[in-house]
Design a protein around this ligand. Structure first.
Ligand code: 5GP
Ligand code: MN
Length: 335
């Protein structure tokens, strides 16, 4: 993988681009993809955002979202776009299998793959150019840096600002995580200067759910949470019946795992959801406990030191049992 800087000269000749991100895109994945989309269009390139799956309703207000192609709903069109692209930007993931059913299409495509991402252990051999920086708060921050360093920073506009602010806000937990550096706040200030209404972005992302989601959270906290005080760990498991009962949609479970860390002394929060063909794990930690390694080792996953995900093809009961068993080996690290 060559440095992203050596890609800049190519920005001066028109190309066809596809921008993609991890499945079930969150605020950072969709925000960075759409931020880059608006930038490439402003430069005169042909660009399309192709999402591997559907996305949460709380992203539906984002400028450019009606043009996003959902691979699962429109396979033929999405495949043709990927195959015809000169350049394929891969944002907010670094292992092709995180695009689920798009993996083989992406790896066989003729276009140059370009990585912009902040997760650990990138599959560098898969990318022609790229930047991987785990110190960055968000992929949105990295796309902002990409735009500013490209020499075309004057093209930054309000549409880009709204998209890029979204991931900056969501991936820093509204500017509370250590990755919310002075440069993150300087970027936010620049976006404000462009006319950004940050209150509106916050409302649309966090305060636009239906009643059923709040009832579901109450139910889950009361009935589906175990606190393992000995291990300073809180565990939550959501059954497929729970998802049906509360009519839970993509995005409704986002943020649920964070409640676990609000209990005094808890260092590890683990949430597992019985979702379709797999049991999807989310891990969050405080301090030194490295959930990226934990997820990699036991649940085919990864992510960051304090926020990671994973999966299990076993049933819910089995995977929860496995978690309760493996956590015993981490007694010392969790004290
Ligand atoms: P979440 O728990 O919100 O789904 O994910 C937490 C973090 O871990 C995110 O940065 C996400 O991109 C990453 N992540 C989630 N699931 C996986 C996975 O299966 N593999 C890897 N490598 N990273 C994941
Ligand atoms: Mn991210």
């Amino acid at each position: 993988m060559q440095s992203i800087d050596s890609f800049y000269p190519q920005l001066n000749q028109p190309f066809k681009a596809v921008i993609t991100m991890h499945q079930k895109p969150d605020g950072d994945a969709m925000g960075s993809a759409l931020g880059l989309y608006h930038f490439l269009k402003a430069l005169g390139h042909e660009a399309t955002v192709v999402s591997p799956t559907n996305w949460a309703d709380f992203l539906r207000w984002m400028p450019g979202i009606p043009e996003v192609v959902d691979f699962e709903r429109n396979r033929e069109k999405a495949t043709a776009l990927v195959n015809e692209a000169d350049v394929i930007f891969c944002l907010d993931f670094n292992i092709l299998h995180r695009t689920k059913h798009m993996e083989s299409i992406l790896s066989e495509a003729g276009g140059q793959r370009i990585l912009i991402d902040h997760h650990q252990q990138p599959q560098v051999e898969k990318f022609a150019y790229g930047i991987s920086d785990t110190s960055k708060s968000s992929t949105c921050e990295m796309v902002y840096d990409f735009i500013m360093a490209s020499g075309h920073g004057s093209l930054l506009n309000l549409d880009m600002a709204q998209c890029l602010y979204t991931g900056l806000m969501t991936d820093t937990g509204s500017f509370r995580f250590p990755a919310a550096t002075a440069s993150v706040h300087r970027m936010a200030a620049h976006l404000k200067d462009l006319g950004l209404n940050h209150t509106l972005v916050h409302d649309q992302i966090y305060d636009c759910f239906l009643e059923n989601r709040l009832r579901f959270i109450g139910y889950a906290l009361l009935n589906r949470m175990d606190v393992l005080y000995e291990y300073n760990t809180a565990l939550m498991y959501i059954t497929s019946a729970d998802l049906r009962r509360f009519e839970i949609k993509t995005g409704d479970t986002e943020g649920l795992v964070n409640y676990l860390l609000t209990i005094q002394g808890i260092k590890l929060g683990a949430l597992v959801i019985d979702r379709d063909e797999e049991r999807k794990w989310s891990f969050r930690s405080k301090g030194d406990f490295d959930v990226n390694s934990f997820a990699r080792e036991h649940f085919e996953g990864g992510g960051h030191k304090n926020a990671a995900g994973g999966r299990d093809s076993e049933n819910l009961e089995t995977t929860v049992k496995k978690f309760r068993a493996v956590i015993k080996d981490y007694y010392n690290q969790l004290q």
